[in-house]
Write a protein that binds this ligand. Structure first.
Ligand code: GLU
Length: 371
């Protein structure tokens, strides 16, 4: 049976990655008309009930123009300065075009460390979840001002893939300067053919992407393929398409050329697999009432916990055991072991009084748990 190409009109949660070249012109600055058209895409997508997250580059390109920095490669410090100047304008541009449609935007700046540190990862995930629940359109970029070379993504293709997996998006579209993934570099080989669909990223496919980051552009085909690997393994289908046309998402819905990389699992399933594969750093023993609640798909509240052991930090994986010590599953805990011990057996409403600060109601949220 032929695999189904993802349908953008049926996305549950869509991440759109926008490259600098689409948004910023060397001479004239921000490409306002293109951005206005993109806002229409966002409105149409949200009207279908799809959550939209935008990962946008452009801060460095915008900032270097404002600062009048010379053409050519910028030093790290210059890029960081340009990013600081440009990001504020970039965020305002999105804010303005989307506000015209009554949409609220939020700025989220992340670093590679934010996605690698489980505690920060859980925090940013929770914030984005809340924003999406409120109908907000998050505008994400790398926090270039603090990210130095060793600790940065450097390209927003991979950042977008990581964000997609973090928030359980089912589709990611990379708006690019090429209309898809080719069997060879089409600029060099006239016979190169574009794939409509890549079901699996095999070594043969990888070989077609060419050499790693020797190119001038930050996000060459190689980084796009790395992004695709992250996305599809995390349950998110990814498309590469040419973004320079007006309303690219509407065009994609109408059948514009692109390459889709098929997701290898449902995002939720992939996430649970990821959690299940971790080595637990502690153990929470729960009562019979909690067992019933967990089996019914509820979060684990402190009230149902009878014993806490191990040495864990917030965001660490912990095992969950039943009244007789039987293994029930595991999850990412939202409190440290010291805090968990203090609030075990208590109602969530008492957490603030016990700890002296308000925390989250659940010890382990159901999305962060495998039972
Ligand atoms: N974060 C950079 C910026 O906003 C761009 C990175 C990229 O082009 O992928 O300028």
């Amino acid at each position: 049976m032929a695999p189904l190409t993802p349908d953008i009109t049926r996305a549950r949660r869509l991440v759109i990655k926008i490259g600098s070249a689409l948004l910023v012109d060397r001479k004239s600055g921000l490409k306002t008309d293109w951005l206005k058209a993109l806002a229409e895409d966002v409105v149409a997508t949200k009207a279908r009930g799809t959550d939209v997250i935008i990962v946008s580059s452009g801060s460095i390109a915008l900032g270097r123009g404002v600062l009048g920095l010379p053409a050519g490669t910028l030093s790290l410090e210059q890029s960081q300065a340009a990013a600081a100047v440009g990001q504020i304008r970039l965020a305002r541009a999105y804010e303005e075009v989307l506000a015209q449609h009554g949409l609220t935007t939020a700025q989220i700046l992340v670093t590679l460390e934010d996605t690698e540190d489980r505690r920060r990862y859980l925090n940013s995930r929770a914030t984005m979840e809340t924003l999406l629940g409120l109908g907000v359109v998050p505008i994400v970029n790398e926090n270039d001002t603090v990210a130095t070379d060793e600790i940065r993504f450097g390209d927003n293709d991979r950042l977008a893939a990581q964000i997609s997996v973090t928030i359980g998006a089912d589709q990611l579209v990379l708006l690019s300067d090429v209309d898809g993934f080719y069997s060879a570099n089409p600029a060099v080989e006239p016979d190169a053919r574009r794939f409509d669909l890549v079901e699996r990223i095999t070594p043969e496919i990888e070989a077609m992407a060419g050499d790693p980051v020797s190119e001038h552009s930050k996000g060459g085909m190689k980084t796009k393929l790395i992004a695709a690997k992250t996305a599809v393994a995390g349950g998110c289908a990814m498309a590469i398409m040419k973004g320079s046309i007006d309303c690219p998402i509407t065009a994609l819905a109408a059948g514009a050329p692109c390459t889709w990389f098929l997701a290898q699992a449902d995002p939720q399933v992939a996430r649970k697999r990821w959690i299940a594969a971790m080595k637990p750093r502690g153990r929470l023993q729960v009562d019979a009432g909690a067992v019933t609640a967990l089996r019914a798909g509820k979060s684990l509240l402190p009230a149902g916990v009878v014993h806490v052991s191990g040495d864990f930090e917030r965001g660490d994986p912990v095992a969950i055991a039943g009244p007789a010590g039987e293994a029930l599953g595991q999850g990412l805990v939202r409190y440290t072991c010291v805090e968990a011990k203090a609030i075990a057996g208590h109602h969530s409403g008492d957490i603030a009084q016990i700890l002296g600060y308000a925390g989250r109601a659940a010890l382990i949220h159901r999305d962060d748990m495998v039972v």
